[in-house]
Design a binder for this molecule. Sequence first.
Ligand SMILES: C[S@@+](CC[C@H](N)C(=O)[O-])C[C@H]1O[C@@H](n2cnc3c(N)ncnc32)[C@H](O)[C@@H]1O
Length: 245
Amino acid sequence: MRMKKKKHGSERLNLLSQLTATDIESFFENKDEIFENKSPLRIEIGCGKGDFVVGKSVKESEYNYLAIEKIADVCTLAVENYAGSRGLGSLAPNGGWQKPNGEIYSLGETVPFEKSELGNVRFLVGDAKEILAKLPDNSVDAIYVNFCDPWSKKGHTKRRLTYIEFLKMYSRILTKDGKFYFKTDNRPLFDFSLEEVEKSPLKLEYHTFDLHASEMDKDNIRTEYERNFSEKGFKINMLIAKNNK
Ligand SMILES: C[S@@+](CC[C@H](N)C(=O)[O-])C[C@H]1O[C@@H](n2cnc3c(N)ncnc32)[C@H](O)[C@@H]1O
């Protein structure tokens, strides 16, 4: 996702820092306290502006979610999107944050929320490759990758989030029955991903080359990229792979 650097991006993120994790180790160690429950953890890699995880947090509210995004300014938009969806307020005219009761917080401050208001999603800025490598075995219920960069050049294959080494890592951190969900408009990337799954410890459970025409669409949450590509006439591919350790 390309975007111009946001003025005051990090301060905006800091305003809502109760919704972000600072590092994966302490997040994972304290997640039951953070969420005030022991629900299974699901991870979205590359959440962009957060539409998917916001939708999931409501539709499948019996899970906790960690949304990872490597670009801080993009993550800021996702956090603000989620906070807005939970009725925690909106951007204030002074560039800070305004709570529904009218209280305004300025850049440089942190908005105080009750723990119980924060819901079942937290956000983490960083590269998923480094973050996931620090998670223990069998610790995650599901992993979602939606419309990741295709890295089309041949020399860039290893950067694809469905390259075999990533799939092995997903298998390691997924629970025994955990699942990997992947959507893309990019057919060459999808074909590559099907081949990688075949070679991996994951087992293909379902795939479609036209998600929006399939029976799976009724439970599908469309992401920003999905809406854009679909409007341009691209078919959306999806696969679900089950852990097969
Ligand atoms: C093409 S956008 C798609 C955004 C969103 N998932 C959607 O479907 O609308 C891919 C996003 O993944 C992020 N991303 C790419 N590689 C990543 C990585 N290794 N770790 C974390 N985020 C990553 C990018 O910064 C970008 O925001």
